[in-house]
Design a binder for this molecule. Structure first.
Ligand SMILES: [Fe+2]
Ligand SMILES: [Fe+2]
Length: 292
């Protein structure tokens, strides 16, 4: 039952159009070189998580039901989509994607550690970083393809974070959860320090701030640990509750419906839809960026 919501989301989200990235408009010229390096590193990190889907199918762990097993390949496909979006962004900067980076090797080795649980822990830490760092970078850019692409990825990553946190809550009993939380706290901080160090130029040149990044990651780690302990993942993924996150999903559906129709027959209905949609999007942005 708890994974059914994620499965529905992943199945619907599969049809969400990939954002178009053509120009670097909205990226301050002085930040482009540093941002390019950041994007290249994250692009590698988003690549190649296919094995986990195979492994859980071969040997499902406790609390992995049919909905979970159906969700995992869709989750992996979304990470692949992120790699393609980031690849488009790298090429829009006139560069090519990387083959290797030291952080990617670290991340890859982490995923290669024995046991699916350990791999999922590394993925959970990656989702914590993604749900903080992508929106922080997006908020430092002006409106444009890059900002929209990063917002698109952030929406997906929030669902991933909640999905993995829900798994760890259901997988462990009370003692296991306590031990896991202690371990995950350390793991998330290693990931945080790695990001602060590896992306220091981007953080500096975009004026994001080291303290702000660390505080935002700390807050997200705390929320994640709380979700693992209590099983309530709503603070991690707004769409789980009836708030602006959910509204954004609805706005997206409306947007698609209007586009599919090619026109809105009733003018009054059209303006009403547009007003609701704009309110929802504004609410979602406030929800996502406002608290930091
Ligand atoms: Fe991703
Ligand atoms: Fe993710």
């Amino acid at each position: 039952m708890p994974y059914a919501r994620y499965r529905t989301h992943f199945e619907q989200n599969k049809n969400r159009p990939r954002p178009v990235v053509r120009t670097t408009h909205g990226v301050p010229a002085e930040a482009q070189a540093a941002l390019l390096q950041t994007l290249q590193t994250f692009q590698l990190g988003e690549t190649g998580e296919g094995r986990i889907a195979h492994q859980v199918r071969q040997k499902p762990l406790r609390a992995m039901d049919d909905d979970y097993l159906a969700s995992i390949p869709l989750f992996v496909a979304e990470e692949g989509k992120h790699a393609r979006i980031l690849g488009d962004m790298v090429r829009a900067c006139g560069a090519e994607t990387l083959k290797h980076a030291w952080t990617e090797s670290l991340f890859r080795r982490g995923r290669q550690l024995i046991g699916v649980r350990l791999k999922l822990s590394v993925l959970l830490a990656a989702e914590v970083i993604a749900t903080v760092f992508y929106p922080l970078v997006a908020s430092a850019l002006d409106d444009g393809d890059f900002q929209r692409a990063l917002s698109h990825i952030t929406d997906d990553e929030q669902a991933h974070l909640a999905f993995h946190a829900t798994f760890f809550h259901r997988h462990f009993g009370p003692t296991g959860r306590r031990l896991f939380c202690a371990f995950f706290f350390l793991l998330a901080w290693v990931a945080c320090l790695t990001v602060l160090f590896d992306h220091r130029r981007t953080i500096r040149v975009l004026g994001i701030g080291f303290g702000r990044t660390a505080r935002a990651i700390h807050q997200r780690v705390t929320e994640t640990l709380r979700a693992v302990r209590t099983g309530d993942a709503r603070p991690l993924w707004p769409a789980l509750s009836n708030d602006p996150g959910e509204a954004f999903e609805q706005a997206f559906d409306l947007d698609r419906a209007v586009r599919a129709q090619g026109h809105v027959a009733d003018f009054a209905q059209g303006t009403r839809l547009l007003a609701v949609q704009m309110q929802m999007r504004a609410g979602h942005r406030e929800h996502r960026f406002g608290a930091r």
